[in-house]
Design a protein around this ligand. Structure first.
Ligand code: ADP
Ligand code: MG
Length: 220
C-alpha cells in the first residue's frame, strides 16, 4: 500500500455521540464502518438522525462520547485540540452545509485560506485554486466578495475551498442542497473525480440525485 492509500484511510469503531454527556439523545448507536478510499460514500437518513454530526466527528471537530475515529491508520479522536487541527488541515477537506464565506475576502482569497493554515501559500496553490474555481464554473467570480455571489455559487466555491489543499479525505455536508440540476452535476462530478484518484469522499445527503450516483450508501 502506498503512503497516499494510508492517508485516505477513514474508519469509525463503536461510535456514539451525544451533544451533552447526560440526558441527551445518543446518535449513531455504536457505529462501526470503514469508508472506502476511491469511492463516494453517501451518508443518508432522515433529518435529525445525525448526518451532519457524523461529518463533524469524522472531521475531528467533535469528539465521540464512546468509540473511536481512525484517520490515516491512526486513532485521531483522542488527540489534543492542536493535533486534531493539524490532522484536519493536513488531510481533510470539509464542505459545510451553509457555505459561510468570509465577507471581507474575495472568493479567491477564501479558497486560498486553507493553504495558509497548512503553511503552503505558494504560486501553485493559487493556480490550483483558480483551476478548481474554473472546474466548478465560478472562475469569473474569483475577484468578487461573497455578498456578490448567489447561494449556489457560494456552495461551489466552498467545494473548491475544500479541495484546494488536495486532501486525502473530503467530507461534504449536503453539498448539492442549494443547487439546480446542472450545478449539482458539476459539484458531484468534482467530488467523484476527487474520489477516482484514491481519495475518500463522504457526502451527507438526502438528495436522490446524489444517492443514485454514490458508490456506497451508509444509512443512519
Ligand atoms: P442531520 O444532519 O441528519 O439532519 P444533525 O447531525 O444536524 O442531523 O442533528 C442530529 C441531532 O442532534 C438532532 O436531534 C439535532 O437537533 C441535534 N443537534 C444538532 N446540533 C446540535 C447542537 N449544536 N446542540 C445540541 N443538539 C444538536
Ligand atoms: Mg444535516
Amino acid at each position: 500500500m502506498t503512503a497516499d492509500d494510508v492517508a485516505a484511510q477513514l474508519a469509525v469503531r463503536d461510535l456514539t455521540f451525544a451533544y451533552r454527556r447526560r440526558g441527551a439523545e445518543e446518535l449513531f448507536g455504536g457505529l462501526t464502518h470503514t469508508f472506502t478510499p476511491g469511492a463516494v460514500t453517501a451518508v443518508t437518513g432522515p433529518s435529525g438522525r445525525g448526518k451532519s454530526t457524523l461529518l463533524y466527528v469524522l472531521g475531528l471537530m467533535l469528539r465521540p462520547v464512546r468509540g473511536e475515529v481512525h484517520v490515516a491508520g491512526r486513532r485521531a479522536d483522542t488527540l489534543s485540540d492542536a493535533r486534531r487541527s493539524a490532522v484536519r488541515s493536513e488531510r481533510i477537506g470539509f464542505v459545510f452545509q451553509d457555505a459561510v464565506l468570509d465577507p471581507t475576502r474575495t472568493v479567491l482569497e477564501g479558497v486560498l485560506e486553507p493553504t495558509l493554515y497548512a503553511g503552503r501559500p505558494t504560486p501553485e496553490g493559487r493556480g490550483r485554486a483558480l483551476a478548481l474555481l474554473d472546474r466548478l464554473g465560478v472562475e469569473a467570480r474569483a475577484d468578487h466578495r461573497p455578498g456578490e455571489i448567489s447561494g449556489g455559487q457560494a456552495q461551489r466555491v466552498a467545494v473548491a475551498r475544500a479541495l484546494v489543499n488536495d486532501p486525502a479525505i473530503v467530507l461534504a455536508d449536503e453539498p448539492t442542497g442549494n443547487l439546480d440540476h446542472d450545478n449539482a452535476t458539476i459539484v458531484l462530478d468534482a467530488l467523484r473525480e476527487a474520489a477516482s484518484t484514491g481519495r475518500t469522499v463522504v457526502v451527507a445527503t438526502h438528495d436522490p440525485f446524489v444517492l443514485a450516483r454514490a458508490d456506497e450508501v451508509l444509512a443512519l
